[in-house]
Design a protein around this ligand. Structure first.
Ligand code: CA
Length: 238
């Protein structure tokens, strides 16, 4: 646990950004908040820096030379060592399509340029909170699904599942209240926190990712969609 607290005390953020003035501004603000900052100016360098610096979170610009942010994100998600690394994608465009694409590629959150520094810092803090687990630990189960909160492991029918930090928190929340239906707003409050603004449709994207992670082809879907209400951990086949 000492190690976890040490990490919590001063988390390292890798900022991947090719605009030097913005990089300087981000470094200044992040360091002021007590974060350690590592930098990369293009996609190739980002992949190298992740391996060397082992950051707690990556702030990843979408438009980058050498390798786009989307491609970097895809590659990090493919590697076992960085599959669960918290990633916030910075998009230059405001279209919803881009946000959904960023999340579908495996980013945990996104923010559109130009952004307010306080909003970005709130998202970074919220994501680090989600990825660092909870204080009360134990084992949660539902049908053939098991979550070992001490080891931070989730399995279904003995098969290890790989969940991103947001999916893990969603699963943890559902497992703490099996069978109960939650609205998107309730899930946002419980998993993302009240202090940041997130579009309700973001919940749908993460539910889709959670389903993909926990349900193999032949297995019943353990998450029930309740039309015009929300979601529940509750399979429909019984
Ligand atoms: Ca850029």
């Amino acid at each position: 646990m000492a190690e976890a607290y040490a990490t919590l005390a001063k988390p390292t953020i890798l900022v991947v950004e090719d605009e030097a003035p913005l990089l300087t501004l981000l470094r200044y603000n992040l360091e002021k908040q007590g974060f350690r900052v590592e930098e990369a100016a293009d996609g190739q360098e980002a992949l190298l820096r992740v391996a060397e610096a082992r950051p707690d979170l990556v702030l990843l610009d979408w438009m980058l030379p050498a390798l786009s942010g989307i491609e970097v994100c895809r590659q990090l998600r493919r590697r076992p060592g960085t599959r669960d690394l918290p990633i916030i994608m910075v998009t230059a465009r405001t279209e919803d399509q881009d946000a959904v694409r960023a999340l579908d590629t495996g980013a945990d959150d996104y923010i559109a340029k130009p952004f307010v520094m306080e909003a970005l810092l709130a998202r970074i803090r919220a994501l680090l909170r989600r990825s660092s687990g909870v204080a009360v630990k134990g084992t949660l189960t539902y049908r053939d699904l098991t979550m070992d909160q001490d080891a931070h492991r989730v399995s279904r029918g003995g098969r290890a599942l790989h969940l991103g930090p947001t999916e893990y928190r969603l699963m943890e929340f559902f497992l703490s209240h099996p069978g109960r239906v939650f609205t998107r707003e309730q899930l946002l409050d419980a998993v993302w926190g009240r202090d940041i603004h997130v579009e309700p449709r973001t919940v749908d994207v993460h539910i889709r990712r959670l389903r993909k992670a926990i349900n193999a082809d032949h297995e019943p879907d353990l998450i029930r969609t309740v039309r015009s209400a929300g979601y529940a951990l509750d399979s429909e086949d019984h």
